[in-house]
Design a protein around this ligand. Structure first.
Ligand SMILES: Nc1ncnc2c1ncn2[C@@H]1O[C@H](COP(=O)(O)OP(=O)(O)OP(=O)(O)O)[C@@H](O)[C@H]1O
Ligand SMILES: [Mg+2]
Length: 448
């Protein structure tokens, strides 16, 4: 096989469609192999723009604008790094002979919950939560009655928890309907899912080429408001459930085909494994592999794309903790406790040019056995403060006020925002006498 030098007539070239923190790590890994990297996003100075050979700012949902960049750059590989991309442009690029990773049809299936759910459950026969698709509030009511409460309501085209909610009773349905309608994307159709009261959920990173399929150790994670906040690896599972999880991951990734890494999201309840969804690209919960594996999920993605052998060595267990901004800041400035930079802990700052409330800005990475690493990650994330020197603290507050926010107040909020929380099950008499456990404490139970 041949590798090339960037900026030559014969350079191997990656075109990243989406230049966030995951794209940035892919770009860095590609650069290490002498790949020429072109990064595209809808706003300037996105994380991967900052480490690419060239960058573009376009509306990625616009077919012509995407094709224009493709034809100008003539990339060897097109890497969709987010879901909000013109699918027509990807199909057209493929028709013109370009290689889309893993392929345009896989991107098409995974960007729409209806397509992927039908493919997984109805064509491949994989176990999923029971589901219905609806387009009216009346339809939503009927579907919920049929499936039984609680139900999870999601727009078919949305990511990161946008427009998603849990309806626990008929009275909640109108609110769920409104919430889904307000979300960005195509909210005209909704998926209504049976709520799976899983023991835990995992991401099974699965790297694939025509020759081989490689599974990473399972990654456990905690989601809040549809977004991941903590992840750890390995998630200890029984041998049989782990084998079942791998079987499901193999089936869905073979079904989608092509080369690259996939983040297969699975729910585990007892001996049962449910397929939830799959990303045909590195997964945010997999940032932990930056410190746990000799080849991170990003390095494996690049190897798979190039058709290189997929080996890696597990260096350690570990955990990651996402740092999210609490308010809007024009000049995001980190005030960091030096203890974050330890022998086994580190910080990755994504370099996003602006902070918005809830926007992920950095991640803490900790090596070690998963439970200890997770507790450490949580402790360290709380030691990060973000402020704007021109503005004061996040959302205009002073940095010292912010510190309090990270403490007790944040814990209280966590309980309220727990997507599986409040009212999900009546508190036991024991619980009603004590404080409800925080989301974090509840998830620590998966280690027992
Ligand atoms: N049917 C369900 N039963 C129980 N919990 C669910 C169900 N569907 C979703 N969840 C919870 O909500 C989280 C987010 O849901 P999902 O992965 O479908 O959407 P998303 O993460 O917003 O999509 P994307 O990964 O594309 O950003 C899941 O990780 C899980 O914790
Ligand atoms: Mg998800």
């Amino acid at each position: 096989m041949e590798l090339t030098t960037p900026l030559k007539h014969n350079s191997i070239k990656f075109l990243l469609l989406g230049s966030g923190e995951l794209g940035k790590e892919v770009a860095i890994e590609a650069q290490r192999l002498g790949i020429e990297v072109v990064a595209v996003d809808r706003y300037p100075n996105a994380p991967a723009h900052q480490v690419a050979h060239r960058s573009y700012v376009i509306d990625m949902l616009d077919r012509e604008q995407v094709l224009d960049v493709v034809l100008r750059e003539r990339p060897t590989y097109i890497l969709p790094e987010i879901e909000a991309i013109s699918i027509e442009a990807l199909f057209e690029a493929e028709r013109l002979g370009y290689t889309v990773i893993p392929n345009a049809e896989a991107v098409n299936k995974t960007m729409n919950r209806k397509n992927i759910r039908r493919f997984a459950a109805e064509e491949l026969g994989l176990p999923t939560s029971r589901y219905r698709f609806v387009t009216t509030l009346e339809g939503l009511r009927e579907a919920a009655e049929e499936l039984g409460f609680p139900v999870v309501v999601k727009p078919v085209m949305s990511s990161s928890g946008h427009g998603q909610s849990i309806a626990r009773s008929p009275e909640d349905l109108e609110r769920s309907w409104e919430q889904a309608k307000e979300a960005r994307g195509d909210a005209s159709e909704l998926i209504v899912e049976e709520f799976i009261d899983f023991d835990y959920e995992i991401t099974l990173l699965t790297a694939r080429t025509e020759r081989e399929t490689l599974f990473c150790e399972p990654i456990g994670h905690i989601q809040q408001d549809g977004d991941y906040i903590f992840s750890w690896q390995p998630m200890e599972m029984g041998r049989k459930v782990e084998e079942r999880a791998k079987e499901i991951a193999k089936t869905i990734t073979d079904g989608l085909g092509g080369r690259g890494i996939f983040g297969v999201e699975l729910f585990i309840k007892g001996d049962l494994v449910f397929f939830s969804e799959v990303s045909p690209r590195p997964h945010d919960t997999g940032m932990v592999t930056l410190v746990t594996q000799s080849q991170s999920e990003f390095a494996l993605h690049v190897r798979a794309i190039l058709g290189l052998p997929l080996g890696y060595k597990q260096l350690s267990g570990g955990a990651s903790g996402a740092y999210k901004a609490k308010g809007d800041l024009q000049v995001p400035t980190f005030r960091i406790d030096p203890s974050i930079f330890g022998r086994e802990s580190s910080l990755r700052i994504f370099g996003k040019p602006e902070a918005h409330g809830g926007r992920r800005m950095a991640v803490v990475l900790v090596m070690g056995e998963p439970k200890g690493a997770l507790e450490k990650a949580r402790e360290l994330v709380e030691k990060i403060e973000l402020y704007d020197p021109l503005q004061g603290g996040e959302g205009g507050e002073s940095p010292s006020l912010e510190k309090e926010e990270g403490g007790e107040k944040a814990q209280e909020r966590e309980v309220q925002e727990d997507p599986r929380g409040e009212g999900e099950e009546p508190p036991t008499s024991e619980e009603s006498h004590q404080e409800r456990p925080t989301l974090f404490q509840r998830f620590l139970k998966v280690f027992q």
